[in-house]
Design a protein around this ligand. Structure first.
Ligand code: ADP
Ligand code: MG
Length: 276
């Protein structure tokens, strides 16, 4: 069956019909299954999950609550091992070292007893990488993200948006190859969320980082990601991968949501989640 969505540009139609480009693949999951074993029994979380992510790509994963989204990130981060299937990283590094993984979570996890500055250098400090060059880089990043005036403040003195920026700087300070974002905006109120998510996304894009964003908010997935992977309920399977191409009027956080194609994508994802 040829898949066609009205109002979607031609190149996106090709992508929808299986023309997804395997070039520049940085990460692939192939038939990855995973179950949790506890005293009360077995929980089958993932059932043969396969997808790939290109270098520099921004991918969103959506799926019902409890379906196994966070589990996928834990597997990619190497905190859990697949029960079967493979997770492969492709690297141009001649020494084939494992890629650096940066994790950003729902709560910013800033420490109140440390200043903002001492929070953003925390990762470097823990990893014994606090060299003068890295310190200078972090300060430059803080400047770029408008955090300089707040460096000596305590996290509680910052707005939710600034806190998430500080958390992002701390993550980026370790120069990860892949960023894993587990519902990083869901603790923010709606209005802040619109601005902060667009803002954080712009930062990640301009740094050309590969990012995998977990969200249960379809609008957020469509407005931020280049491709949305839709998961079924537990045990999770990939129902569909939908490339997103929006015609943007301007650079505002709301632009994507006002794009003419937005509603079509929303309905498509909604249908897929509810009847896929
Ligand atoms: P999501 O992030 O999509 O909400 P998770 O990946 O956190 O889902 O969890 C998937 C399923 O596995 C859920 O049903 C959850 O209750 C279960 N689960 C998660 N962690 C554990 C664990 N450590 N032990 C047992 N079951 C778990
Ligand atoms: Mg989760």
């Amino acid at each position: 069956m040829i898949f066609y969505i009205e109002d979607v540009p031609p190149e996106a139609q090709t992508l929808l019909n299986g023309g997804i480009d395997m070039e520049d693949t940085q990460l692939s999951l192939k038939n990855v299954s995973f179950s949790y074993h506890s005293r009360s029994g077995e929980v089958r979380a993932l059932d043969s999950i396969s997808f790939h992510v290109r270098a520099g790509e921004f991918v969103a994963i959506v799926g019902p609550s409890g379906c196994g989204k966070s589990t996928i990130l834990s597997l990619i981060a190497g905190l859990l091992r697949p029960e079967s299937g493979d997770i492969t990283f492709y690297t141009e590094d001649p020494h084939d070292k494992k890629p650096g993984i940066g994790y950003m979570l729902q709560r910013d996890h800033l420490f109140e007893w440390r200043s903002v500055y001492r929070n953003i250098i925390l990762g470097l400090e823990i990893n014994h990488q606090l060299t003068p060059e890295k310190k200078a880089k972090v300060l430059a990043m803080a400047e770029d993200y408008g955090l300089t005036p707040f460096l000596s403040k305590k996290p509680s003195e910052l707005s939710g948006g600034l806190k998430q920026r500080a958390a992002l700087v701390r993550t980026m300070a370790l120069e990860p190859d892949i960023l894993l974002l587990d519902e990083p905006f869901s603790a923010l109120d709606y209005q802040t969320r619109l601005n902060v998510s667009a803002d954080i996304c712009r930062i990640i894009r301009s740094a050309k980082k590969t990012a995998i964003l977990i969200t249960h908010d379809l609008s957020e997935a469509i407005s931020l990601a280049e491709r949305v992977i839709v998961l079924s309920g537990r045990p999770s399977r990939v129902l569909k991968e939908i490339p997103i191409r929006l015609t943007l009027q301007d650079d505002s956080p709301l632009a994507a949501r006002n794009a003419p194609e937005f509603k079509t994508y929303f309905n498509l994802l909604w249908e897929e989640l509810n009847h896929g």
